[in-house]
Design a protein. Structure first.
Length: 242
């Protein structure tokens, strides 16, 4: 349990206070964790400390935090119902250039075409699919640095996307970096992936089960044990985070 407890500690220490914390107004390294991705990060918990903020991507950890009276208890996900819209609006208004990296090539191209329609005045510095080896990280980072991008959005799955974000930091990228999970491939089908009803009643997980078959396996395997382990973790440690 120690490894996952380490993730829980950093997760709570890095929770943002509000959406303002997550805007790309300066150098920031931001990722988002849900019950599944927390387990995927067990072996990399020490590297989570390098992120500026970690958003709670899902309602379950938020519900548990609220039970224990933890003030920083708001959902922040990189999609158009949350952080994604706030970041894109900020970038368009403030003329920040954006680089996208992630998803399969055909999905990425579809997403870029839709994105250009939705944000016609956005400066896109470039894009690249997310299917490459870790040995290629350096060359991809060099490309982003050459293009002088202000904001990089990475959708490569946990922990690969976080490791790439850290590589950007290592080689001197000084803009804002966001991981976005499955946002690019979801938005390549439907830009506002979650409708108002789904968002209002916090049933994004249920919607994704019907839309994406692999999500059911994740929910069944990881969410019950997350509930038990995270609840017990807060029984022992919640006072540290209030």
């Amino acid at each position: 349990m120690k490894d996952i407890d380490d993730v829980y500690v950093v997760f709570n220490e890095k929770l943002p206070d509000s959406m303002v914390d997550l805007l790309p107004d300066k150098y920031k390294l931001i990722t988002f964790l849900n019950p599944f991705s927390m387990y995927m990060f067990k072996d990399y918990s020490f590297q989570l400390n390098e992120f500026t903020y970690i958003g709670a991507d899902g309602i379950l950890p938020i519900i548990i935090n609220r039970i224990f009276g933890i003030n920083k208890s708001n959902r922040f996900s990189f999609d158009m119902s949350s952080v994604g819209k706030a970041v894109f609006d900020y970038c368009q208004i403030n003329q920040k250039s954006v680089y996208f990296i992630g998803s399969k090539q055909n999905q990425l191209e579809s997403f870029i075409n839709i994105f250009k329609v939705k944000y016609p005045n956005m400066i896109l510095s470039g894009w690249n699919n997310g299917y490459f080896m870790e040995s290629e990280f350096k060359s991809k980072v060099d490309e982003i640095l050459r293009l002088k991008s202000d904001v990089v959005i990475i959708g490569m799955g946990t922990p690969k996307q976080e490791l790439f974000a850290l590589k950007l930091k290592e080689f001197g990228f000084d803009g804002a970096v966001y991981t976005c999970g499955g946002f690019i491939h979801q938005a390549s089908e439907k830009f506002e992936y979650f409708n108002g009803f789904v968002d209002k009643f916090h049933i994004r997980w249920l919607y994704r089960i019907f839309k994406e078959s692999y999500v059911l396996k994740r929910v069944l395997l990881y969410y019950p044990k997350f509930f038990v382990s995270y609840f017990w973790f807060l029984v022992l440690n919640s006072k540290k985070f209030k």
